[in-house]
Design a binder for this molecule. Structure first.
Ligand code: NAG
Length: 440
């Protein structure tokens, strides 16, 4: 709200300075400024009060369109329905995973010749998006679709939204879409800066509440997060995640390198998106799977899985459905965590969470990451000692500590001057909740 008001004041001031020579022009511009910046702008759609949770096929299924050869892997109605059903029967929906989002490669190559509407692939989505949306809704889930702000989608399979913002927003609303992932390929820098806010306004004009996910900052060399966070519910700040620990740690490094900027603009309704959860696929070890889960929760990241729910191993499914970790991610304070310490190959990431005591002191979720690759045994467990006060845990009320991967494992009570000791597997993580002492 403060930023929103500041923007109004800024534009007001700039316009006053620009048009001081012409009073009537000044008045006209002022009216435009008031209606444009102070009413239409600022994303106040009431959605994504906690980071969105769901599923998206892209990292796992990419742009597989050969349903004849690979019927179980192609981007099709069958895959989407199967996944929606597994979200329910597998217990994922009960934990909060509710958005079923179709990524790129759902479209026909061209728009309808007469109406210019977007067309879903007739071969792979034969019953159409409206009936698929109905099906997803009938299960109690929500429906998401991919689009692109420019001339073409990123995989070059279909038309982008360029010159059709209102039509496409309305088409999505007619289909019952609840979430739009808006990519940024084949758009100029100016197209991005004009297009993302304009498409957001087009979504708003449909009257349908639709979560707006923007890839906008990823395509910019100097993204302006104060503007982006006014127009989008979430935004991608780094490259596409891949199924490897290196990719996960690269995204963590990208985040920590600009974390003060990123966290200044996130909160309920507006989230930094480090991209999908890749656990449940091929390349992450069990420890690396824990690592992605813990750090994404610290970052208040959207938890959008990309996997084949039918083949996720039971121990990874248990990680994805760890209610204590999901509760950290979904903490209602909506404060993002940060990397707070690095000592050799050990990183400490911490996030303030509820409960908050009567003195306004919050609890914390703290993740200790062993990146491996250091010392005489670079791929051994490492023991790490730290005073609580060095982690910023300063409450004289002290903290009760539990292991978030095993909440029955209580580590006891600690004061700020106490030493906390943890032993972390190589390329792995330990993750604890420090619940602040009484009076709350
Ligand atoms: C459209 O924007 C207005 C003003 O920000 C807001 O009050 C309203 O809830 C929005 N509607 C939708 C459907 O997003």
């Amino acid at each position: 709200m403060q930023i929103f008001i500041a923007t109004c004041i800024n534009n007001f001031t700039i316009l006053l300075m620009m048009s001081a020579r012409n009073i009537s022009l000044q008045m006209a511009l002022l009216l435009v400024a008031i209606s444009f910046y102070c009413v239409a702008d600022g994303l106040e759609n009431g959605l994504a009060r906690t980071p969105p949770m769901g599923w998206m096929p892209f990292e796992r299924f990419r742009c597989m369109t050969d349903c004849a050869r690979f019927p179980r892997d192609c981007i099709s109605e069958t895959l989407i329905k199967r996944t929606a059903e597994l979200l329910i029967s597998g217990g994922y929906a009960a934990v909060g995973y509710q958005y079923v989002i179709i990524d790129d490669c759902w479209m026909e190559a061209s728009r309808d010749e007469t109406t210019h509407e977007l067309l879903p692939s007739l071969e792979r989505f034969p019953t159409g998006m409206s009936s698929l949306g109905d099906y997803i809704h009938s299960l109690g889930l929500k429906f998401g679709l991919y689009h692109d702000i420019g001339e073409k989608t990123c995989m070059f399979r279909g038309p982008g939204a360029a010159r059709h913002f209102d039509l496409d927003a309305q088409t999505f609303a007619n289909w019952g879409v609840d979430y739009v992932k808006m990519d940024g390929c084949y758009a100029s820098d100016a197209d991005l800066d004009r297009g993302y806010p304009a498409f957001g306004r087009a979504l708003n004009r449909t009257g349908r509440p639709i979560v707006y996910s923007c890839s906008w900052p990823f395509y910019k060399s100097q993204p302006d997060y104060s503007i982006i966070s006014q127009h989008c519910n979430l935004w991608r700040f780094a490259e596409d995640v891949k199924d490897s620990l290196t990719s996960v740690t690269n995204i963590m490094t990208r985040f920590s390198s600009i974390q003060n900027l990123l966290t200044a603009h996130s909160g309920p309704g507006r989230w930094n998106d480090p991209d999908m959860l890749v656990l449940g696929n091929f390349r992450l070890s069990y420890d690396a799977s824990r690592l992605q889960m813990a750090i994404w929760a610290v970052l208040a990241a959207p938890l959008i899985m990309t996997n084949d729910l039918e083949t996720v191993r039971p121990e990874v499914k248990e990680l994805l459905q760890n209610r204590d970790i999901v509760a950290i991610d979904q903490d209602p304070l909506g404060l993002s965590g940060k990397k707070i310490l690095q000592w050799r190959n050990i990183q400490v990431w911490a996030r303030p969470v509820r409960p908050v005591n009567d003195y306004g002191e919050s609890s914390f979720a703290v993740a200790f990451v062993n990146l491996g690759g250091f010392g005489v045994c670079p791929l051994c467990p490492q023991t790490f000692h730290v005073l609580l006060s060095r982690l910023g845990l300063q409450s004289s009320m002290g903290y009760w500590v539990v292991d978030l991967f095993n909440k029955n494992h209580s580590l006891g009570f600690f004061k700020p001057k106490d030493k906390f000791i943890t032993r972390v597997n190589p390329e792995g993580v330990t993750f604890y909740k420090f619940t602040v002492g009484h009076s709350y």
